[in-house]
Design a protein around this ligand. Structure first.
Ligand code: PLP
Length: 330
């Protein structure tokens, strides 16, 4: 294949070499089922424990609050449906209109069975208005579900303030943190978060593994029943290699201490500056001073986005005109 310039890391990332090397033994020799009691299972058990510790450290959570899942879509579904199941007398949820489809479609499902959902609007910079959040709260609101950072424009939402509001009104707070992990500090305790989702393949670990953080004192109902794995909160034999890979990716983020972000933000800013200098009629979208380091959302007036995407593709440059989940939507 010719050299490609991959600029679509919010869609997915390449597996890091250190992550891959950490995973390989579990795809070859260390194939024991972690649930078994013989000593062949001990290394597997220990390394899952280590992965859990690394995820917990990254989020400032306790290890028993970390559940490994198959992806962030599963984590989002689990968190929202569990909140609904544990609040049977309440029927109202709040989210935003720019969440990932795994949140929006779970909300639509709940609407189809009698729930009410408020979708907070965003302004021209993609920001939500906290007054609108306040005025949406009802006595029967049981969940606020808001992403930490947006996948298309990179906006970082005021999670700490929202956490405070949720707490004040006794409402559960779920955060889809998929696009924030590795981009900035996430402290679930300081931010007042009850449940939070992470995806492996956005942080240089493989596709097909995720995390759901569930705060210790909140009522929780699993989405997948059938075994005692993950502290009986998510059944299914553990995907050991992928869990170890995700743990390694979290360890790398902890060791890097967000230095890579500064380098990426500088490169992004340089690219935007050069585009501004050389091309007229360009619009940069999003909350430009409050977005993740790796996102640039640009419109070239008079140019069709899809045409530009195909032209860049033929030059070996990978970009998106929207999230990967909606790319094939008719
Ligand atoms: N949430 C956000 C913000 C995302 O960008 C994505 C993936 O595109 C997901 C959730 C879903 O992650 P996964 O592919 O692990 O299900």
């Amino acid at each position: 294949m010719n050299k490609i310039i991959y600029l679509d890391n919010n869609a997915t990332t390449k597996v890091d070499n250190e992550v891959l090397n950490a995973m390989l033994p579990y795809l070859k020799s260390e194939y024991a089922n972690p649930s078994n009691v013989y000593s062949f299972s001990n290394k597997v058990k220990n390394d899952i424990r280590l992965a859990r510790t690394n995820v917990a450290k990254l989020l400032n959570a306790n290890t028993n609050e970390i559940i490994f899942t198959s992806c962030a879509s599963e984590s989002n579904n689990t968190a929202i449906l569990s909140a609904a199941r544990n609040n049977p007398t309440k029927k109202h949820l709040i989210t935003t209109c720019i969440e990932h489809s795994s949140v929006l479609q779970t909300m639509e499902y709940l609407e189809s069975i009698g729930y009410d959902v408020t979708y907070l609007s965003v302004d021209t910079k993609g920001r939500i208005n906290l007054d609108e959040l306040y005025s949406s709260i009802r006595p029967d609101t049981f969940l606020i579900s808001i992403m930490f950072a947006n996948n298309e424009i990179g906006n970082i939402f005021p999670i700490k303030e929202i956490g405070r509001i949720a707490k004040k009104y006794g409402i559960l707070f779920h955060v889809d943190a998929v696009q924030m992990v590795g981009k900035g500090k996430i402290d679930v305790q300081e931010l007042g978060i009850d449940t939070l989702s992470i995806s492996g393949h956005k942080i240089y670990a493989p596709k097909g593994v995720g995390v759901l953080y569930v705060k210790n004192d909140i009522p929780f109902t699993p989405l997948i029943f059938g075994g005692h794995q993950e502290n009986s909160m998510r059944a299914g034999t553990e995907n050991v290699a992928y869990i170890v890979g995700l743990g390694k990716a979290c360890e790398l983020i902890l060791n890097d201490n967000y230095h890579t972000n500064i380098r990426i933000a500088n490169l992004r800013d340089y690219m935007e500056r050069r585009i501004k200098e050389n091309i007229s009629n360009v619009i940069f979208y999003g909350d430009l001073n409050n977005r993740t380091s790796n996102v640039s959302s640009i419109a070239f007036l008079g140019v069709n986005g899809k045409d530009l995407l195909f032209a860049l593709d033929s030059a070996g440059v990978c970009v998106s005109t929207g999230s990967a989940c909606s790319a094939r939507t008719p």
